[in-house]
Structures are given as C-alpha cells and as structure tokens.
Design a protein around this ligand. Structure first.
Ligand code: SF4
Length: 348
C-alpha cells in the first residue's frame, strides 16, 4: 500500500476513490505530427474525489474525455500520468494479484449492452464469470448466487440459460448490472448506462442503479451527457471540456449557480416544463476544438461569448472564487462576475 497522497480537495480523507492529475495522451502517427501536436490530450490533468456512498456525475459533450477518464480509472486503458487512489492505494502502481484484488472492487456498467455481452455465453455464464474467475463460488452455490443476482436486477431465474440475443435492450443492461455487482464491488463506473436504451426503460434502469448504490453504499461515477439524469441521481458534478474539468461542486450548487459559461450553456439546453424558461436558451457556437490544433489559453475561448485577450493567452485554473459555496470551483478568469449568457434562441 502506498501512503495517502495529500490533496487540496476538502474531503480527500473520506474519499474512497481519489483521482489526482490524471492524464491520458494518445500519440499521433508521424504524418499528423508535422501538423501540430504530436499527442492528443484526451484527458489532461483531471482530479476529483468520490466518497463511499456518493455519486459524481461527469458531464460534457462527446469528445470531452469523460469516457477516457472512466476507463483509465479501471485501467481498461493505461493512463499516461497521475494517480488513482482506491482506499489510499495507488491503483496505477499495482500488478498481478494485488491489481486483481482491487479490480474486483471496481466494476463498470457499459453504454452498449449488446456489445458488452458475449453472444456465445448464457446470462448465467456472463453474470457468474467473475464469481468463477475469483473462485468465490462454483457448482450449485454459483448457480444459486447467479439466480439471486438475476432476481435482484428484475430478471427471473428462468432467464439464466438465455443468450443475449433473446433479451430486450433493457434486459441486457440488467444482465450487465448483475455482472457488475456480482463480486460486491465498492465502486462502480456507469458509462452512459441508458443512452442506448429506449426512452421507456431508461428511468427503470437508472432507478435500479440508484437503488443498488444506496443499499450497498457504492461510490459511483456516472458518465453522461444528460444533465436531467445528473440532476436527479448525482450528489456532485464535474463538467469536462476538452480533457479538463472546467467546473465542479455539489449538484445543488452547480444547478443553482453555474459560473462557467460552458456549464451555463449546457444547463440552458436542458428542457424544462415551463415553456417561458426556454426563451433563455443559449446555443453554443462551433464545436469542441480540434485536438491536433488545441487553442491557446482557455480552451473554451473560441466558443465563449465573454472571451477577451487574456482568455487567449492564460489558461484559467480550477479554483474557488469570491462567494463560492464550499467545493464549488470553476476554471474561468471571470467566475466571480456571474456573466449572463446572451439569448440566441427563442421558445418555439
Ligand atoms: Fe470564457 Fe475567458 Fe472564462 Fe474561458 S476564461 S470561459 S474564454 S471568460
């Protein structure tokens, strides 16, 4: 076990999962290297804590780096630099049996329940695979445990011998969830767990995940682009843009008092029941920058309606600001000014 790393974050002492300055840079082929950057910085210095029993929502547009963060934490891909502390153990320093022991406590629910389930394995084999590999159960005991897991996620023990193709999308995701909880993990990464499902079953799956998280005291990283999901299910929020966290804090504070223009733009696009509120919608111009030609200064400046000269040269740190709530931090030079977004779209 490594020693605990000192953190500047308030609750590092209670964090089950602590990510410190995580980086994942993908090398580019030579023909692209001459065009600018020789690495794509998919994740470039991300830090956060997740205490036991809490859910952190990691949000941002496609290409912001949030899935790379989730996969790096579980070492499904190897990070370039940084530390991932699980119960104060640096996961990146582990090998062999020690790594397998920690991995067992950290599981993932994948976005695509079709691609993530082996079509040649029955539901029982998929759910029970981890129990077998880690020699937790076998024979009749294994089958009984799998039957219990199937029932817990809303399936029947009669479904155990079915192959993935006979199940609906929602049922396949329930099998993926049963697999994820089979080894009694303490931390779970849910990567867009409902975005591939019919709208009619999304809420059922999210409620199931939330129930399991509560009854087992799981720490959870919920990766999503859907802020309505974050509002309903997350305790804390981290907003990612171009490989960095640009705003973080409690969900309550982020939704009530967003300070980064990117967060404000994302929130302005969230549908609300009051039709008058939609008149305040702001549509972000442009797209996430080309990682081969990253912008100077604040990465958001090419799209930001408030950008000034300083923004084109100075990278803002993720810091607290005058009047900020505890743990609310923002990477914008003008976070303390609460600049109102211009209105670009009226209610239809
Ligand atoms: Fe916009 Fe400048 Fe703030 Fe970046 S630092 S979000 S460009 S105002």
């Amino acid at each position: 076990m490594t020693g605990a790393v000192k953190s500047t974050l308030h609750d590092s002492e209670s964090a089950l999962v602590a990510v410190r300055d995580l980086k994942k840079h993908f090398p580019m082929r030579r023909r692209f290297a001459s065009e600018g950057a020789d690495h794509i910085k998919a994740v470039d210095g991300v830090s956060f804590d997740i205490p036991a029993g809490r859910t952190l929502g990691l949000v941002g547009e496609s290409g912001s780096g949030k899935t790379t963060v989730g996969r790096s934490i579980l070492r499904l891909i190897e990070p370039t630099a940084g530390e991932i502390l699980f119960d104060d153990v640096n996961v990146l320093a582990l090998r062999g049996r020690a790594l397998r022991g920690v991995r067992r406590q950290m599981q993932m629910v994948f976005q695509d329940p079709v691609a993530s389930l082996n079509p040649r394995m029955t539901a029982a084999e998929i759910v029970g695979e981890g129990l077998q590999v880690h020699r937790v159960a076998r024979g009749r005991d294994l089958r009984e445990r799998v039957a219990g897991l199937m029932r817990r996620v809303g399936l029947s023990a009669d479904d155990m011998d079915g192959y993935p193709h006979v199940f609906s999308g929602g049922q396949r995701q329930r099998i993926g969830i049963a697999r994820a909880i089979a080894l009694d993990p303490r931390f779970i990464v849910c990567d867009e767990p409902v975005s591939a499902l019919d709208v009619s079953v999304r809420l059922q799956i999210l409620n199931l995940l939330d129930d399991l998280r509560r009854e087992r005291g799981l720490a959870c990283l919920l990766i999503t682009h859907d802020l309505t999901v974050v509002r309903r299910f997350c305790d804390d929020v981290a907003v990612m843009y171009f490989g960095r966290i640009v705003e973080t804090g409690s969900a309550e504070n982020i939704f009530a008092n967003p300070r980064h223009p990117y967060t404000k733009a994302l929130l302005s696009a969230v549908p609300v029941p009051d039709p008058d509120s939609r008149t305040r919608r702001f549509v972000l111009p442009g797209e996430v920058p080309d990682p081969l030609n990253p912008p100077s200064g604040c990465p958001f400046h090419p799209r930001c309606p408030f950008a000034v000269d300083r923004c084109r040269t100075d990278i803002p740190d993720l810091i607290s600001w005058s009047g900020a709530a505890p743990r609310h931090r923002t990477a914008c030079h003008y976070a303390d000014q609460d600049l109102p977004l211009p209105v670009t779209v009226s209610a239809p």
